[in-house]
Design a protein around this ligand. Structure first.
Ligand SMILES: Nc1ncnc2c1ncn2[C@@H]1O[C@H](COP(=O)(O)OP(=O)(O)OP(=O)(O)O)[C@@H](O)[C@H]1O
Ligand SMILES: [Mg+2]
Length: 252
């Protein structure tokens, strides 16, 4: 569905992503793994139009694409849900779900409120979310409820790829469950999901494919069933000094 080819991103002297090639397959859940600073968020931002690659290319359904903004990505069916959610606090759920894509009528002169409410209701029923009301500002909601709104917005865009950067971090157990259920639902509807998570239990539950980065490079691109939990941990950490090595250094 999506391919990145020899992608590199430099920030001044820092190379965050170095010559990364990988595939995100249609209708599958790909987990993007790696330790802090491995380059996960940077890679994702090049796939959803936030960053322009320093080098390399992005391909969607076999065609090379150039994205200059999240809007360009959206037009290609790619949406992202970030940890810092970018909801408009003062607005209600309905408005937030249509954010950036407000339906209008009468040749664009008037906001189509009926359609906007329908869109919100469809998106939320699809993800089984329980929110107190669609008509209250999201500023009065919990972190999990806000996350639900952000994910519903991604679903409402009807995209072919939904990207989630640490969607379950900072959520309660019930809310984490809800997010994982949404991932299952998205896949059941044929949508590809790219999910970043440090929680390997979550990853092993939802992911079909694993893409593991270290120091901005791909160290593994494997099916989840082909590797054990321990092997994944080793791949994420390999090349970093083990505690035993450090102790030797300290002793010497
Ligand atoms: N805007 C930026 N300017 C300069 N350096 C950056 C920028 N964004 C990321 N980096 C650097 O690029 C590297 C990769 O960062 P990135 O945020 O992609 O890591 P990550 O895998 O998402 O980490 P985490 O798990 O902590 O979220 C880090 O060394 C980081 O300091
Ligand atoms: Mg990150």
């Amino acid at each position: 569905m999506l391919r990145v080819q020899n992608l590199t991103k430099r920030f001044g002297h820092v190379t965050a992503i170095s010559n990364v090639s990988a595939n995100i397959r249609k209708g599958r859940v790909t987990a993007l793994l790696g330790d802090n600073g491995a380059g996960k968020s940077t890679l994702v931002k090049m796939i959803c139009g936030t960053y322009k690659p320093t080098q390399g290319s992005v391909w969607v359904n076999g065609k090379q694409v150039h994205m200059d903004s999240a809007r360009d990505a959206l037009a290609l069916g790619i949406t992202a849900v970030y940890q810092d959610l970018a909801l408009v606090d003062q607005r209600n759920v309905i408005h937030n779900i249509s954010l950036g894509n407000i339906p209008t009528k009468w040749g664009g002169l008037v906001v189509d409120r009926k359609k906007m409410r329908e869109t919100a209701e469809n998106a939320l029923s699809y993800m089984k979310a329980k929110l107190p009301s669609l008509d209250i500002p999201v500023s009065s909601m919990s972190g999990g409820q806000r996350q639900a709104v952000a994910i519903a917005r991604a679903c409402a865009s009807g995209g072919q790829l939904v990207i989630m950067d640490e969607p379950t971090a900072a959520l309660g157990i019930r809310e984490q469950r809800m997010v994982l259920d949404v991932v299952h639902d998205l896949r059941a509807h044929g949508t590809s999901v790219l999910i970043i998570s440090h929680n390997l239990d979550h990853v092993f539950e939802v992911a079909d494919d694993l893409l593991i980065l270290r120091g901005g490079r791909v160290v593994a691109e494997v099916e989840r069933n082909a590797v054990s939990h321990d092997e994944v941990v080793r791949l994420i950490l390999a090349g970093q000094p083990r505690d035993a090595d450090l102790e030797e250094e300290v002793a010497a």
